[in-house]
Design a protein around this ligand. Structure first.
Ligand code: ADP
Length: 960
């Protein structure tokens, strides 16, 4: 505003008025939040450009904070862009905003220089370094004092700055300046973090594996500003790659339950503790949100750090001051934001590090950066729990997508020290691709690998669903503790352990209802759980750094807690009759009103309905999925003695009804088609969940009945976190659609294994959109092998996958054998001239293809020539894109021949190539003989603006 008012006299009044008009907002920005920093920064700027005269500045400084904002900032006497000032004092003034930043980490050095030259006394130094000031405020005090002392002091400071510029300290020297207390604290923190992160809780007790032995890299992705997906390494999580908001310092790692978020953080912690990663981070403070839930006291930031992470044995204040002064050297991690009781809000601002406030206020202000700006934060959460209000404060969002196929192999090999056993497990997974797709989620991979004996030993039921997998682990744990330890459990094993299952189930369900994932010994006792129940291994001791006396327990994994809750819902004979329906309906209540009611009444209908919050939905959804699975006919025999048949039947009916109703809701949301457009359904968040529940039931007739009512031509499931597991469920259900659909799965993580899972529904897909899905040649080979035999299958879009020339032969075969195939889009892959030649071979036999897109490959001139020759006789091609393919004039001349012969081609896209005048002239000649072509796009080729103008005059259908 100031600059505007100065640079343009006519707008002076407007700027003034603007300030008056926005007075309230300006006040809030400058003085809100309780920090003097915003106002001080503005004062620095106004001083530097001389809008504010020194006397005004001094008078503002002595005023109480609350009055500062009401002041008018002097006269508009600044001259913008004038020469550098000629005195040292004025230079300091002009550079003030920069100096505040530069000197912040260097105050000691500057004061030292001023002290040794006699410009400052010890008293002056003390006055600058009063502990109540933040580092920036200390610099301002220093600058004010220097000005007061006069030109010599100013020169000394400038000289000092010059010296430090040329001999910028080596960051490694930083530690040399650190006090012994800080170093001692770092050592203590490192060793407690190392101890805490050394082994994985799922292997707790067995002592067999350290994190080093078993840790396997997961797939990490980030979408950058241009919408491109980048793959990250562990070291990039905190690094700059994929940063969307430079001002924010919270990185979110999001992924589904069991995708390995906690393990990833644990790995980061361990590597930091060993100084193998994050070497610029001096102090790392790990927090678990599920544990923070149990903290009911009001705490200051200092207490939070020291009580919940590590207590400094010496120099508490000094260590804390160090953290405040060097936010860039600290890192806070928050695991499981989705498990924090309270949903994120930014309503209450708090920025004072020493004031005690409730934990949610502290946590949310840290995440926003209101408190401890500059400290890097890494938080993990399931994607559903992150709303727009938090997204605003994110530096970037990193997606953790579980294991790659190679990762699964690697994990199995690490788990089994006997290579022969590892091979057998891998082979058995390869023979059961449904199970293999489940293994992309590390927690399932862990169970499957752990239960290999049950798996390889030939079960009655070959695991197909997550319920099967969790029943396997249940059986495994009971077997481990059974007296005839190597013996096989009897058929009625569930009934034998029913009492324990119900007690654990009740604890689990009560916990889910109240966002409670950590239990005290007292809570266990209250549920009747005894030492022998705990020793089964489903509950483990909390790995906790905080200072607390009592032992606390948690389920091995949140998904196991959900499984026990589901067992309780299914097996508890006393539950009220509508417990099941309510579990399914809770999703919708929540969507329609924010206050979702929780499951209190599942246990006792007399319990008051309590309000719950958004972050519980994913757990309830997983629980409902397990309930569907447990009530599947497949497990009828297992449940036979545990649950009266009539009760079971009633519950089955309730699930089926709930699923059917849920689907109806989606179908009702389908809008009427706009004229000329397809009838299309955009999946709502719970659609995939409902499909997964239907899959768990493994009942064809239910899938069939539900799908019979869906009448759409296009099903859109973009950005829905669809991985291989979801593909299995989708195919299982969608195969029963009455009429063919376009299935749009762009921007998910289908991968090769997922692509294979889709085969059962390919016959009902007229179009398959799989843009940006990590699919490679192998996945395509399997898809096309089936696709060739599917009469309805006519379109495929594979933009931005990992395809190479190795897949083009399969497309060639498809084109040859399917004379009703319409559209092939292969943009942004790695297809070269060789691949194009193979495609051409297929195209020369095809008389149906209308759209061919190869944007962003590398087919070059020879590729373009081959395609042009093959397409010359096409009587169907309408649209061809070879944008950004390194095509030159030779390629353009070949395409000109295609133009001269084609009667159908309407659009030719050749932007971003290296076609020169000669090539364009060929195209112009050809266009003279063609009336079907409407547009030829040639932007970004080797032509001067003059040539472009001249050539476009010759042929109006060319666009440059
Ligand atoms: P999330 O926090 O996403 O729910 P976890 O990190 O708790 O998932 O992972 C669940 C289990 O899966 C772990 O206890 C471990 O057994 C296994 N696991 C997860 N990630 C990895 C990994 N990167 N390497 C090895 N095992 C893993």
């Amino acid at each position: 505003l100031t600059l505007r008012s100065i640079s343009n006299k006519n707008t002076t009044m407007t700027a003034h008025q603007l300030i008056l008009k926005q007075r309230a907002e300006l006040l809030a920005v400058l003085c809100g939040g309780g920090s003097a920093e915003p106002l001080d920064c503005v004062l620095d700027l106004l001083l530097a450009c001389e809008v504010l005269v020194w006397e005004d500045y001094l008078s503002i400084r002595v005023l109480p904070e609350e009055q500062k904002a009401g002041l008018c900032f002097g006269k508009e006497c600044a001259v913008v862009g004038k020469d550098r000032p000629d005195t040292a004092t004025l230079t300091l003034l002009a550079d003030r905003p920069v100096l505040v930043r530069k000197l912040r980490d260097n105050i000691d050095g500057a004061l030292n220089a001023l002290l040794t030259t006699g410009c400052f006394t010890i008293k002056d130094c003390d006055a600058v370094q009063l502990p109540v000031y933040t580092p920036s405020q200390q610099v301002r005090k220093l600058l004010d004092q220097v000005r007061f002392k006069g030109e010599t002091a100013a020169k000394t400071l400038l000289q000092y700055l010059e010296q430090t510029e040329t001999t910028r300290p080596n960051p490694e020297d930083k530690e040399n300046h650190l006090s012994a207390n800080c170093l001692l604290y770092q050592k203590k923190l490192r060793s407690s973090v190392a101890a805490q992160s050394h082994s994985l809780s799922t292997y707790g007790g067995t002592g067999r594996f350290s994190l080093d032995d078993i840790y396997t890299d997961g797939l990490l992705e980030v979408t950058d500003g241009s919408g491109e997906t980048l793959t990250l390494g562990l070291e990039d999580v905190v690094g700059p790659l994929g940063t969307l908001n430079e001002d924010a310092d919270t990185v979110l790692v999001s992924g589904e339950a069991g995708s390995g978020k906690s393990t990833l953080l644990q790995r980061l912690h361990l590597l930091w503790a060993r100084e193998a990663l994050l070497t610029n981070t001096f102090l790392l403070f790990p927090f678990s949100c599920r544990k923070l839930n149990a903290e009911h006291r009001e705490l200051s930031l200092k207490e939070l750090l020291f009580l919940h992470c590590c207590w400094p044995d010496r120099g508490q204040d000094e260590v804390f001051q160090f953290i405040l002064d060097h936010p860039n050297l600290a890192l806070f991690t928050f695991d499981g934001l989705d498990e924090f009781k309270q949903g994120f809000t930014d309503e209450e601002r708090h920025c004072c590090p020493t004031k005690q406030v409730p934990i949610p206020v502290l946590l949310f202000n840290l995440l926003q950066g209101t408190l401890m700006k500059g400290v890097m934060k890494v938080a993990t959460s399931r994607p559903q729990a992150v709303g727009p209000s938090l997204k605003r404060y994110l530096r970037k969002e990193v997606l953790l997508k579980g294991f790659s196929p190679g990762g699964i192999d690697c994990f199995v090999k690490k788990h089994h020290s006997d290579p022969a056993m590892a091979r057998r497990v891998i082979e058995s997974l390869q023979a059961n691709t449904v199970l293999l797709s489940l293994c992309h989620i590390p927690v399932f991979c862990w169970i499957v690998t752990k239960c290999h004996q049950e798996l390889l030993g030939g079960q009655d039921v070959i695991p197909q669903t997550i319920t099967d997998v969790y029943l396997l682990v249940l059986q495994h744990f009971f077997q481990r503790k059974s007296p005839q330890s190597q013996g096989v459990l009897g058929k009625a094993w569930l009934e034998e352990h029913l009492d324990t299952v119900l007690k654990l189930g009740q604890l689990a369900l009560e916990g889910l209802e109240t966002s409670c994932y950590v239990f005290s010994g007292y809570e266990l006792q209250r549920n009747g759980l005894k030492e022998q129940d705990v020793s089964l291994g489903f509950l483990i001791y909390c790995n906790d750094l905080s200072v607390t006396d009592c032992k606390r327990y948690e389920f091995l994994h949140i998904t196991l807690q959900c499984f026990f809750a589901a067992l309780y819902v299914v097996l508890n004979r006393n539950s009220d009759r509508s417990a099941v329906s309510r579990l399914f309906q809770s999703q919708y209540r929540q969507l329609s009103s924010l206050s979702q009611r929780c499951l209190g009444h599942c246990i006792d209908s007399s319990v008051e309905e309590v309000e719950s919050h958004v972050t519980e939905t994913p757990n309830l959804q997983i629980t409902a999925q397990f309930v569907s699975g447990l009530l599947s006919q497949r497990h009828h025999n297992l449940l036979l003695e545990c649950c009266p048949i009539a009760v079971r039947e009633r519950k089955v009916k309730q699930v089926v009804k709930s699923l059917s109703k849920g689907m109806q809701r989606h179908f009702k949301s389908i809008p009427r088609p706009v004229e000329g457009e397809k009838k299309s359904m955009h999946a709502m968040p719970s659609f995939v969940w409902l499909i997964k529940c239907i899959y768990e039931m493994q009942d064809n007739s239910i899938a069939q009945e539900t799908m019979a009512k869906l009448d759409v031509e296009h099903l859109k499931l973009t950005y829905c976190n669809i991985g291989p597991v979801e593909c299995t469920a989708l195919a299982y259900v969608l195969k029963y659609l009455r009429n063919p659909v376009g299935l749009q799965l762009d921007n998910n993580s289908v991968g090769d294994v997922g692509a294979e899972q889709l085969l059962p529904c390919l016959h009902i897909c007229h179009s398959l959109y799989l843009r940006n899905n990590n699919i490679s040649d192998e996945g395509i080979r399997k898809l096309l092998e089936k696709g060739m035999k599917c009469e309805s299958f006519q379109k495929i879009a594979l933009f931005n996958n990992n395809l190479t020339d190795a897949c083009t032969q399969h497309f060639a075969l498809l084109l040859k054998s399917k004379q009703n195939f319409l559209s092939l889009r292969l943009g942004n892959n790695n297809i070269t001239s060789q691949g194009a030649e193979q495609l051409a071979e297929g195209l020369s036999y095809n008389q149906s293809l209308e759209f061919l897109g190869l944007w962003g490959n590398k087919i070059g001139d020879s590729g373009a020539e081959a395609l042009a020759a093959a397409l010359k006789n096409s009587t169907t091609l309408i649209w061809l894109s070879l944008v950004d393919n390194g095509v030159g004039s030779a390629g353009a001349c070949a395409l000109a021949k295609l133009i001269s012969q084609s009667k159908t081609l309407e659009q030719l896209w050749l932007n971003k190539n290296c076609i020169s005048r000669e090539g364009v002239e060929c195209l112009i000649e050809a266009l003279k003989m063609n009336s079907s072509v409407k547009e030829v796009w040639l932007r970004g080729n080797n032509l001067s603006p003059e040539e472009e103008e001249e050539l476009s005059k010759q042929e109006s259908r060319l666009t440059f």
